[in-house]
Design a protein around this ligand. Structure first.
Ligand code: SAH
Length: 454
């Protein structure tokens, strides 16, 4: 069959949609073409670079009619760098876009056209929001390179600054990169599995200012460690903790099992909404602390607690939401599949003096039915699952035992909508949805949904 569109065609078309990775979508005789850099509402000229059976790709040549929401991306490595997808869209445009993404799945997948989807709660300053950066280092043509990966590849783009990470992370990244060879240290060579420094990870407690630098190395033996510690402290005087993490495996996983303290304690602390958290090199922790507070406050608001409720926090990680809820609930039960995270959750509860929390390691879909079978009863259930959404068995358990209120925190609108349909069919009413922008400049969208038993 001959396609209406051929490779190397130069065409003009209107952009009707934006994909998750930030490509504009045009349709020519019903055939979708993905055009990186183009925005919805624009008329653009493009050249077809590749055609597949059901869709193709094209290169943007010329913007005939720009979108009102188009802005000049401030970062010099956008869009080649894979870190951000929508810097060329104004922040207002980004928020509107994210609301539309949620609205769309509510209509199409959840079949809930009447459920209110509120305007996205965004940031006042949507830059430099990350409290954690993981920067890969490598040798290239006799020089050290460090930065983020080129979009869709495993090739480092040598970068001097990243506008969504902290200025401390910028300084540490540049300083180590430019001094490494002078110190006689080689960066890691992935192909040959040789060299020493693999990654530098910088974590900062936004509320406390405490900063940790993790040097991920291929070997344990670290000859110049004193010099490196001095160097880091001289450029970032606020640094409170420097650790070495040893990763001798040939793997994409950033950190290995062994962590050695080089300077200060092996943890930093941070505070969200008055609750203190201890964070070690490998702890899971939300990466946008300002918006995390917004997100959790919304969840707490929808949970509508009076102090008498027994609450479940399913997929609880290190217990961040659980401890937020524990301030206003009688009891909170947290469940999470990673045992180390549950250890952190228990310690965090203790550090903050909570006595009304229980944490258990295991799959939510196994542990929660067991709690019910043991006779425990819950008034409110909060879930915050990974991208694939809630496990089917967990949804069935909810429909069997029918807690009166649900709060669903989601990082993937499509699986949220799928699960809402199941819960609606089983007797719940979706009251409202509040999206929160946790990742400005990227196309990710997070949303909190409130449901009541009918
Ligand atoms: N609520 C936490 C973490 C949310 S991320 C926070 O806000 O920080 C989702 C979590 O679900 C991850 O920690 C992941 O390890 C956990 N998880 C994944 N599958 C799970 C399952 N089947 N049962 C319980 N937890 C699971």
């Amino acid at each position: 069959m001959a396609y209406a569109v051929q490779q190397n065609d130069r065409l003009i078309g209107e952009i009707i949609d934006l994909t998750h990775d930030g490509s504009g979508v045009a349709k020519i005789d019903g055939y979708p073409l993905f055009i990186p850099g183009a925005l919805p509402g624009e008329t653009v000229e493009f050249k077809v670079t590749k055609t597949l059976k059901k869709y193709g790709f094209a290169k943007l040549l010329n913007i005939v009619e720009p979108s009102e929401d188009r802005v000049e991306p401030p970062c010099p490595v956008f869009p080649e760098c894979g870190g951000c997808q929508i810097q060329h869209l104004s922040y207002e445009g980004q928020l509107e876009r994210k609301r539309k993404m949620v609205r769309d799945v509510m209509d199409r997948i959840a079949k809930l056209p009447d459920v209110p989807v509120h305007p996205v709660k965004g940031m006042e300053h949507p830059w430099r929001y990350r409290n954690k950066s993981q920067i890969p280092f490598a040798e290239r043509d006799g020089k050290v390179v460090a930065g983020f990966f080129r979009r869709g590849t495993h090739t480092i783009m040598d970068t001097e600054t990243c506008l969504i990470q902290s200025t401390e992370a910028d300084v540490v990244m540049r300083t180590i990169k430019h001094s490494l060879h002078e110190l006689g240290i080689k960066a890691y060579d992935e192909q040959k599995d040789k060299g020493f420094l693999r990654h530098v990870v910088i974590r900062k407690g936004k509320a406390t200012g405490e900063t940790m630098v993790v040097l991920v190395t291929r070997n344990r033996k670290f000859k110049k460690k004193d010099e490196v510690v001095e160097l880091i402290r001289s450029v970032v005087p606020d640094v409170t903790s420097i650790v070495q993490n040893v990763n001798d495996r040939k793997t994409n996983v950033i950190m290995g099992d062994e962590t050695v303290s080089l300077y200060g304690p092996p943890v930093i602390t941070d505070k969200i909404g008055g609750v203190t958290f201890e964070i070690s090199a490998r702890s899971f922790y939300q990466i946008n602390p300002d918006q995390t507070e917004v997100l959790y406050s919304q969840a707490l608001d929808y949970a509508n607690l009076s102090g008498n409720e027994t609450v479940i926090d399913a997929y609880c990680g290190i217990g961040t939401i659980s401890l937020f809820l524990a301030k206003q609930a009688k009891e909170v039960y947290g469940v999470e599949i990673v045992p180390q995270a549950i250890e952190d959750a228990k310690r965090n509860a203790e550090v903050n003096g909570f006595t009304n929390t229980r944490f258990e390691a295991g799959a939510a879909e196994d542990v929660i039915p067991r709690w019910y079978k043991e006779g425990k009863r819950f008034d409110v259930l909060v879930v915050d699952p990974p991208r694939k959404g809630c496990d089917e068995h967990l949804l069935r358990t909810i429909l069997e035992y029918r807690p009166k209120r649900l709060v669903y925190v989601s990082c993937n609108p499509a699986t949220l909508a799928r699960d809402l349909r199941i819960l609606e069919d089983g007797g719940y009413k979706t009251k409202e949805v509040q999206p929160v922008d946790m990742f400005p400049q990227s196309s990710h969208v997070e949303a909190v949904t409130w449901l009541e038993l009918r």
